[in-house]
Write a protein that binds this ligand. Structure first.
Ligand code: ADP
Length: 220
């Protein structure tokens, strides 16, 4: 079985997103084959990435020569040039890459990429925009959407549950959410249990369906 964690990754497109992705993967010890058609960007990153080439990822012979077909995972990080994004993703599908991640710039772009066989679509700007909207408009300290209808929220405990053991608050039946972790001032996060009694000043991680965690966080 493939060692997914350490399998090398092809990164196509070294704009801001692709560059930070490739550098972070390399920092974490993952071997990266980075490809960009601009030789200037390739030159400027060559000291920081071991395998980096100036090449056109919309050319299947080039991809074959680079040995891309041997990789298990690839990320297409081309945003602006839709044609190049779609074509290079389609070629990676054709080469039989098992795990293809592609960056999309719009929902329509994402739909096309899905249809041609990308396994994961990332919409960095939209996702970050939505996340920041939650932080700006609500009382959340942090917000992560972990699935279409499920989120993890960092917030403060609402007054109604302070001082009562979590097991007695009937949070799940009343609000449809669960307090997963608690952080006391100047301490690390610990797992919450039925005996945990929250205090003012605590920070909690709450999990649940998006509308429910949002409503719950508004009570903080
Ligand atoms: P960001 O918004 O993350 O900066 P961009 O879309 O601006 O992303 O950057 C995409 C990168 O992909 C650019 O560096 C560009 O040179 C590269 N690129 C575009 N088309 C191709 C292609 N056909 N083959 C290889 N690299 C490409």
């Amino acid at each position: 079985m493939a060692d997914i964690e350490n399998d090398p990754v092809v990164v196509v497109g070294l704009g801001r997103f692709g560059t930070s992705l490739a550098l972070e993967l390399a920092r974490r010890g993952t071997e990266v084959l980075a490809i960009d058609k601009r030789s200037k960007i390739v030159q400027s990153l060559s000291g920081r990435l071991t395998h980096i080439v100036a090449a056109d990822a919309t050319d299947i012979d080039t991809l074959r020569e680079l040995g891309v077909a041997e990789f298990y995972r690839a990320v297409v990080a081309i945003g602006g040039d839709l044609e190049a994004s779609i074509l290079s993703t389609a070629l990676l599908v054709e080469l039989g890459i098992d795990d293809i991640w592609t960056k999309a710039v719009s929902r329509q772009h994402a739909r096309i990429l899905e249809r041609i066989g990308a396994h994961h679509i990332v919409l960095p700007e939209q996702d970050m925009g939505e996340r920041v909207a939650h932080l700006v408009s609500g009382r959340m300290l942090d917000y992560v959407e972990v699935d279409d209808n499920f989120a993890l929220v960092k917030t403060r405990p609402p007054r109604e549950i302070v001082g009562t053991p979590l097991g007695d608050t009937r949070l799940r039946s009343k609000h449809g959410v669960t307090v997963v972790c608690v952080k006391r001032p100047d301490e690390d996060f610990t797992y919450a249990s039925a005996d945990t009694v929250l205090e003012y000043g605590d920070v909690i991680l709450v999990a649940g369906p998006i509308a429910k965690v949002e409503r719950f966080a508004e009570r903080a």
